[in-house]
Design a protein around this ligand. Structure first.
Ligand code: NAD
Length: 323
């Protein structure tokens, strides 16, 4: 099997490299060619209070079978100076069941999540979008911003975060891209942004339906667990809603609240893969609000993991071991 260590992944796989595998696997999911397996997530308890689980799947079209194992160790940073999020991806040969690769999954998670909102912007945002609005300024926000900036000819970036001191991270990424960055309140963010990406750990709505102007595309990326919420449920009722996987959207995604409140039905939520495949027309007018509920699926991890293995082989950086 091939081993690609965590430390090797950023140099091998750029955010551009992650885009196509994620776009393709969303398309395969919508065609019924790829399935995510039920997610396992368990609290380990004890002194480390860790959450551990598996996200697996099988993509027949991409011939990718495997899982991401890992989770969240809340005391890693303070106790060991290593990141709290820890994951590893394992790939298997679907024809034989033999393991084919083991890949560090931390950077891959950031890259596949950034690719997800970028795919939604490519397929759903207005072509003339000029202002990108960011809600959230944590680790993942910098990745989302970098990938989003490649999708349209944005002229400026505006941002809001519960902890404003973290916004310097976004200003640095905008500067790298030669764009101005400005901290704004949520009213201004909603009125000025053509595209909004939210990526926070919020458990209460941040952005309200009335704050968003017609024609906006919103990618809600932070809500990946029951109880989390980034936008008012009424915003989903005002928008046309798209997602990576409908089953996750209604249970652990942003749509869980609008569904629980009876504001939208499951049938009204569209897989983004249908837009990629051309079986859903996507945005229907310049005034329509589109909202992508990016919940994060195992098949995204497998898709970028397979890509990094390919890139490692090409670059002569793949470590081969017999198991
Ligand atoms: P982080 O800890 O680095 O940053 C957290 C962000 O949320 C910061 O901007 C912080 O200011 C903000 N925040 C914290 N508490 C808040 C609150 N109560 N209300 C509003 N904002 C709050 O985390 P990260 O790595 O940037 O990840 C952000 C979120 O994205 C996490 O919730 C994570 O679970 C989620 N995530 C989702 C996917 C996916 O595929 N959908 C993938 C990775 C991460």
């Amino acid at each position: 099997m091939i081993i690609v260590p965590e430390a090797a992944c950023p140099a091998l796989l750029s955010l551009e490299d992650a885009f196509e595998p994620v776009e393709q696997v969303f398309a395969a999911m919508a065609r019924g060619d790829a399935e995510n397996f039920p997610v396992v997530r368990e609290a380990l308890g004890g002194a480390e209070e860790a959450l551990y689980g598996f996200k697996g799947g099988y993509d027949r079209a991409g011939e990718t079978l495997g899982l991401k194992a890992g989770g969240y160790w809340p005391h890693n940073l303070e106790r060991r100076n290593i990141t709290n999020h820890q994951s590893t991806v394992y790939l298997f040969d679907p024809a034989t069941g033999r393991p084919t690769a083991m890949i560090g999954g931390n950077y891959l998670t950031a890259a596949r999540t950034a690719a997800s909102s970028a795919v939604s912007i490519k397929h759903l945002a207005r072509a003339d979008s000029k202002v990108l609005g960011m809600i959230g300024a944590g680790h993942q926000a910098a990745f989302q911003l970098r990938a989003a900036l490649r999708q349209r000819a944005f002229e400026r970036v505006i941002g809001w975060n519960l902890h404003p001191e973290m916004l310097a991270r976004l200003a640095d990424v905008a500067k790298e891209a030669g764009l101005p960055f400005e901290e704004v309140d949520l009213d201004r963010l909603g009125q000025e942004a053509d595209v909004i990406v939210s990526i926070t750990s919020s458990f209460a709505p941040i952005l309200k339906a009335a704050q968003v102007k017609p024609g906006t595309h919103i990618a809600c990326m932070g809500t990946d667990t029951k109880g989390k919420q980034e936008v008012e449920a009424a915003l989903l009722a005002r928008a046309t809603v798209f997602t990576d996987e409908v089953a996750q959207s209604v249970t652990i995604g942003e749509a869980q609240h609008a569904i629980a409140e009876g504001l939208i039905t499951e049938a009204a939520i569209n897989p983004i893969g249908a837009v990629i495949n051309g079986t859903h027309p996507g945005r229907s007018s310049a005034e329509e609000i589109t909202l992508f509920d990016g919940t994060g699926v195992g098949l995204q991890d497998l898709a970028v993991a397979a890509k990094v293995v390919e890139l490692a082989k090409t670059a002569g950086k793949a470590i081969e071991v017999e198991v």
